[in-house]
Design a protein around this ligand. Structure first.
Ligand SMILES: O=P(O)(O)OC[C@H]1O[C@H](O)[C@H](O)[C@@H](O)[C@@H]1O
Length: 632
């Protein structure tokens, strides 16, 4: 339902002063649908309450039941177990119960049953949200008419990773706005965006299901204050929120006359929200073909329907493979994504890690690790190849073939084109929820995420009370590297790392938790470290930039199996930015988040070491690589 209301503030102020008078008049014509005063038209898009409906219409589900989406799977000797599991699920009427949102497929205690029943609003999203695609296109058209050129999407985890995938995988449409996704508290990232984008032509989306996430709230306040400095009371026309009904953002948007309020379904968790307003609003503003993306999602939804046998269900069979492989020790789901699809890997990482990493169980997604020869991998891997059909070349094929020949299971998921992203979002959501049932966990909650947040809050209160963060004592300094939390007796960086890595066993993974700028030179430096550890120790490696990973793999790190070895890397911020209304800056917030997670990991008995880089992070990473070479 699209509801228009008028609000004070004027389009006039959003139009560059060079705007021809005729165009300005057109802008004003868009506005007065209800009030007729040439005032700002605010959009409020609310999804129908039918979201809680348990039943799919006959028509929807029988239209095109198909098994058109097979994955090409080599099961590395596990075909019999997988077949047996498929038969067991069939006997248990898994598919029809799944579509009836039966919580007992996962958990039977009252608390989990309630949480699961309230989290399955995503299963028919491609169908029920497609009604709203024209309204999204209209919203995007209004922004174009008002001469907006850029959109900044601010959100964390499930509220930003699908937009990031759209941003990285697609070129903006011919008339689309250029999308920037901001999911960081790094001062240099924030200031770079502020310097790069002309405020008068920039539109901001604050996306948060809860409306309470500290990063998104701080970013929203920062850029609203900046816009007010430029536009005064007219700042609101540059903003929209995507959130759940009743969140503080709804009220805020009303008070500040924001241009748009997109109310999502409350029964969809962040990581299952790609095809809801959280993913689709930025996609529409980029000028993407949202209707076609949803049509692809719908075709997968139908192929995964309640009447399709599990063995022909492209989402559930994938989930069975993921779950069964994990139970058999192959729980490092290693994504080999072609360059153009690498951002899909980041979305998948959150979906899989946060959904399955709990109760000491979990599937560890390994994304962005350089592809190696079969000999550098332990037998804890399940490989998944994500590629566009026309990107599969002889080199990739022969490398995949080598993995198969060495006995590693490999699944190839080809996409006909980029629009198939709609299809894959849906397939992997079904697959992950199915794998969750096999592992016997609730795939829709994230009980361990709060702990780091609580400790971070304690550090920030310390700043409020004492004026600064207390970081603990540097236990070893070696050139630009300063170590915290090392085993006693180490006299050099190499020795500190050697002692730290000594206990790493087959089946463990090394996670690099980088509170570093995502600037040129940093990522290659970290990539080198990953390659080194993987090749020398045969350990799976992961990389997360802080604070993004807290909302992605953070749950798995603390709630999953105690097989992670964590190297947390911080560095100095060369510049900083204030957070309106707070006694601390973005730089302090980010450091408090790093310290909060370090403490939470230690509390869970995880093996964790912190190294701080003094000065240039690229040089620091080079020193770290040298130390790793000494240690391994
Ligand atoms: O959308 P929000 O309420 O701001 O939540 C953003 C993120 O916050 C937490 O970290 C959760 O673990 C994520 O699942 C969620 O996506």
């Amino acid at each position: 339902m699209l509801r228009c209301r008028s609000a004070k503030g004027g389009y006039g102020s959003t139009v560059p002063t060079t705007e021809p008078a005729a165009r300005r008049a057109t802008v004003f014509q868009v506005a007065p649908r209800d009030a007729g005063h040439g005032e700002l038209r605010a959009t409020r898009l609310q999804l129908p309450s039918g979201s809680q409906d348990d039943t799919m219409s006959e028509e929807t589900m029988t239209k095109k039941v198909s098994d058109l989406y097979p994955v090409n799977a080599f099961l590395g000797g596990h075909a019999a177990e997988i077949q047996a599991r498929i038969e067991a699920l069939e006997k248990d009427r898994f598919a029809s119960r799944f579509w009836r949102k039966d919580p007992d497929l996962w958990k039977s205690d009252p608390e989990n049953r309630k949480s699961i029943a309230n989290s399955m609003g995503w299963i028919d999203l491609p169908d029920k949200i497609s009604l709203h695609a024209p309204a999204l296109a209209e919203f995007a058209r209004d922004l174009r008419i008002c001469r907006f050129k850029h959109v900044v999407h601010m959100g964390m985890g499930g509220s930003s990773l699908a937009p990031l995938a759209f941003r990285e995988i697609f070129e903006p449409g011919a008339e689309g706005l250029a999308l920037t996704v901001l999911d960081s508290t790094s001062p240099s990232t924030i200031l770079e965006i502020e310097r790069r984008l002309p405020m008068a032509e920039t539109f901001f989306i604050e996306a948060s299901k809860s409306g309470a996430t500290v990063e998104s709230r701080s970013l929203g306040e920062y850029f609203h204050a900046r816009m007010r400095a430029v536009k005064g009371k007219g700042a609101g026309v540059h903003f929209a929120v995507v959130t759940d009904p009743g969140s503080v953002l709804v009220k805020l948007a009303e008070e500040r006359n924001y241009r748009g309020t997109f109310l999502n379904f409350a029964d969809i968790g962040g990581r299952y929200s790609a095809l809801s307003f959280f993913g689709l609003v930025p996609a529409a503003l980029m000028g993407l073909d949202v209707e076609e993306i949803l049509a692809r999602g719908l075709s997968m939804m139908e192929a995964c329907g309640p009447d399709v046998p599990v063995k022909k269900n492209p989402g559930m069979t994938l989930g069975v493979v993921m779950g069964e492989m994990a139970l058999r020790g192959r729980n490092k789901l290693t994504v080999i994504a072609s360059e153009s699809l690498s951002a899909l890997g980041m979305w998948l990482e959150q979906l899989i890690a946060e959904s399955t990493g709990k109760e000491g169980k979990g599937i560890v997604p390994v994304v962005g690790e350089p592809l190696g020869d079969p000999a550098v991998y332990d037998d804890d891997r399940l490989f998944v190849v994500l590629c566009l059909e026309d990107e599969v070349d002889g080199v990739l094929e022969s490398r995949i073939d080598a993995l198969r020949k060495a006995g590693h299971p490999v699944i190839v998921v080809p996409m006909a084109d980029r629009l198939d992203l709609g299809r894959e979002f849906f397939r992997w959501e079904i697959a992950t929820a199915t794998a969750g049932a096999i592992l016997g966990i609730n795939p829709f909650d994230q009980p361990s995420v709060q702990e780091s947040k609580d400790i971070t809050k304690r550090f920030l209160e310390q700043v409020r009370d004492e004026g600064c963060l207390v970081e603990g004592k540097i236990e070893l300094g070696d050139g630009p590297l300063q170590f915290y939390g090392i085993a006693p007796g180490a006299a050099s960086a190499g020795q500190a790392l050697s002692r730290f890595l000594k206990g790493a066993r087959s089946g463990d993974y090394l996670a690099f938790l980088a509170y570093l700028p995502e600037a040129s030179g940093v990522e290659p430096g970290l990539r080198n470290l990953r390659g080194l550890v993987r090749d020398r120790l045969k350990l799976a490696t992961t990389l997360g930039f802080g604070p993004r990973y807290l909302h992605s793999t953070g749950q798995l790190h603390k709630g999953g199996p105690n097989t992670g070895v964590f190297l947390l890397i911080t560095c100095d911020d060369p510049e900083d930015a204030p957070i309106p209304g707070q006694p601390y800056t973005f730089g302090v917030l980010r450091r408090a988040q790093a310290l909060g997670d370090f403490e939470a990991l230690a509390k869970h008995g995880r093996r964790v070491l912190r190294v701080h880089i003094a000065g240039n992070p690229v040089k620091g990473l080079a020193a770290l690589e040298k130390a790793f070479r000494e240690a391994l």
